[in-house]
Design a protein around this ligand. Structure first.
Ligand code: FE2
Length: 246
């Protein structure tokens, strides 16, 4: 079947089943940065609106804490990390085809239950930084890859679906701004513009005064659900990827 072949080729290309680059592999087309993405939308005369309406997903800032090369796994936080358990799930969609986007690469990164990123703990090995320590923070130090924490990559399945387990991150202070709790996303799929964005959570008192969250339609309404082993939070977050800018 063609789909099986595509899947197999993709796996090989991703290095999941082979370490040598196959002869058939093609270079990945370059994608726009977030500013190019916004310009693309504006050029099309499109509003930046919530997902689910066949509009390309609202872009947000990359922020200072993204790091390339995060491990591929379905759980963001380390084993036994404290915090309120959260399962996020959703689908990637192609704005052009209106079909789910299989094999989209998602980067997901976030702060911990105290609003602290691994960049910040990498800077201070003597003690765990507090939220107050984080105020005035201006970049930090990227941790060694083996010490990456609260950051992963994922690949969507054949139906464009993804799911991961994490904890709900806390708000944190940068300078005089308190950023509402949020999770960062970067989504990349062949033939589509790269999307860098963030999702926020409904009811967060810091959204209104945050320069980015206050302009974002991507406010997820977390539901408390009862699973087989207890209650946890669950959020739905779909993204619609625009066609790559020619
Ligand atoms: Fe952040």
């Amino acid at each position: 079947m063609k789909n099986d072949s595509t899947r197999r080729d993709f796996l090989a290309f991703s290095g999941l089943t082979a370490l040598a680059l196959p002869a058939f592999a093609e270079a990945t087309p370059s994608t726009d940065d977030s500013h190019g993405y916004i310009n693309f939308l504006k050029g099309k005369g499109e509003d930046i609106v919530p997902e689910g309406k066949w509009k390309a997903t609202h872009a947000d800032i990359l922020g200072p804490f993204w790091a390339g090369g995060a491990p591929y796994r379905g759980k963001v936080t380390p084993p036994l990390a404290p915090g309120e358990l959260l399962v996020m799930r959703g689908r990637m969609w192609s704005h052009r085809t209106r079909e789910p986007l299989a094999h989209t690469v998602l980067d997901v990164w976030q702060a911990d239950h105290k609003g602290v990123y691994d960049f910040q703990t990498a800077q201070r090995t003597d003690k765990r930084p507090t939220l107050a320590d984080a105020r005035g923070f201006s970049g930090g130090t990227q941790p060694a890859r083996k010490n990456f924490k609260n950051r992963i990559r994922l690949i969507t399945d054949e139906q464009g679906y993804y799911e991961y387990e994490t904890i709900k991150p806390a708000a944190y202070g940068i300078g005089r701004t308190t950023r509402p709790a949020h999770i960062h996303y970067m989504a990349q799929a062949k033939g589509h513009a790269r999307v860098i964005t963030q999702c926020y959570f409904k009811g967060d008192k810091h959204i209104a005064n945050d320069p980015w969250a206050s302009k974002s339609p991507l406010i997820v309404d977390l539901k408390k659900v009862k699973g087989e082993y207890g209650a946890y939070l669950q959020g739905q977050f779909d993204l619609v990827l625009a066609t790559a800018n020619a």
